[in-house]
Design a binder for this molecule. Structure first.
Ligand code: NCD
Length: 357
């Protein structure tokens, strides 16, 4: 794999992605062949935000490969509580561990971490931005459960604005031929502009609708998500959005027989529990695929030859990102790095936020 760090699943070519999917399947077929391949290697899990599945599946993956792990799941128990910068924490942990998985509430944190780490960095979720290893989990699930990654009508339902798993999944699936998206949300929680830009650039057909019931008959895949309460400005705003989209047995009566229902979990109330017994529900199987997907990713990334931290990166512009959730606003030493997209518009290379010059 060419890339050292995985901040976005698009850091991998499609061929590299397919190789990881195949490797995940080989591990799933015969785990005993892989039980010592990471012997002596250490994974650091730095979780600045709550997690059950992602954190545990990373740790389980490393243990099942014969390696071990260090880290924290509550930054208050680390020197972060004393005011240590991300840069310093990562510089140190990048020397202790062979690979790092990091989750943080602010967008662009994994990218920032990768600039200071000697060890490869995996983005385990950066605010409402991206979540590449959930997408790897989702594509391994779809490859096994649908037998293909192209020619699908994919419905995504719920909090499409703040749901980082949604953003990463659309980015990846838009590279496979003939996929189209049905985006089911309220207008307030529709996908961000940069994700629409991705679909437009790859000529992917998409429609934005507000009825799950009407959309369901046309779908090959339904990706349900929870409303991301922690990303709302106020409890009142959240209350207005919760409970609007609920998948139940009745709605499934009109769905295709070979529909696959995915959900990154945790579920709140958006899928009723009786759906769990429908053979089309794949969200618990998905968590197991996720463990094999992470085993394959860790194995592959540990082979990267570059064991040094990147040279110092210089700012490209003399202004700050306008996204209030961007990591550069709190970790002020980070150099401003933008991509120019013509006109007055700059795109922040940490968080993909748009800033006008
Ligand atoms: C997701 C996340 O953290 O973004 N969960 C996960 O990693 N499996 C989805 C969510 O929290 O709703």
């Amino acid at each position: 794999m060419k890339t050292k760090h995985v901040i976005d699943l698009e850091d991998l070519s499609l061929d590299e992605l397919m190789e990881i999917i195949q490797l995940a399947n080989r591990i799933k077929e015969k785990p005993s062949d892989y039980s010592e391949v990471c012997h002596g290697k250490i994974l650091a899990t730095l979780f600045y935000e709550p997690s059950t599945r992602t954190q545990m599946s990373f740790k389980t993956a490393m243990l099942r490969l014969g390696g071990s792990f260090i880290g924290f799941d509550n930054p208050q128990n680390s020197s972060v509580s004393k005011g240590e910068s991300l840069k310093d924490t990562i510089t140190v942990v990048g020397g202790y561990a062979d690979i790092i998985a990091i989750r943080h509430p602010l967008e662009g944190t994994a990218k920032a971490a990768s600039m200071y780490s000697a060890a490869p960095v995996i983005n385990a979720g950066d605010g409402g931005h991206l979540h590449p290893t959930q997408t790897l989990t989702d594509v391994v699930t779809l490859y096994n459960e649908k037998g293909r990654l192209d020619n699908m009508c994919i419905g995504l339902c719920g909090d499409l604005k703040n749901g980082r798993t949604v953003h990463s999944l659309i980015k990846t699936m838009s590279h496979f031929k003939n996929n189209r998206f049905v985006l089911i949300s309220t207008p307030e929680l529709s996908v961000p502009q940069y994700i629409k830009d991705v679909m437009n650039v790859s000529d992917c057909e998409y429609t934005e609708v507000n009825s799950l019931k009407e959309a369901i008959p046309m779908l090959d895949v339904l990706y349900m998500t929870r409303i991301q309460q922690e990303r709302f400005k106020s409890q009142e705003d959240y209350e207005k959005q919760k409970g609007i989209f609920v998948l139940d047995k009745e709605k499934l009566l009109n769905a295709k027989r070979d529909l696959k229902i995915l959900h990154p979990l945790p579920r709140v109330d958006e899928i009723t529990t009786d759906v769990d017994y429908d053979e089309r529900a794949k969200y618990f199987a998905q968590t197991i695929y996720g463990m094999y997907a992470r085993m394959a990713l860790i194995m592959t990334m540990l082979n990267h030859p570059d064991k040094n931290a990147a040279p110092r990166i210089m700012p490209t512009h003399n202004l700050r990102c306008k996204n209030p959730n961007c990591i550069t606003l709190t970790e002020k030493y980070l150099p401003s790095i933008f991509r120019e997209v013509g006109g007055d518009m700059l795109i922040c290379k940490y968080c993909d936020g748009r800033t006008l010059i």
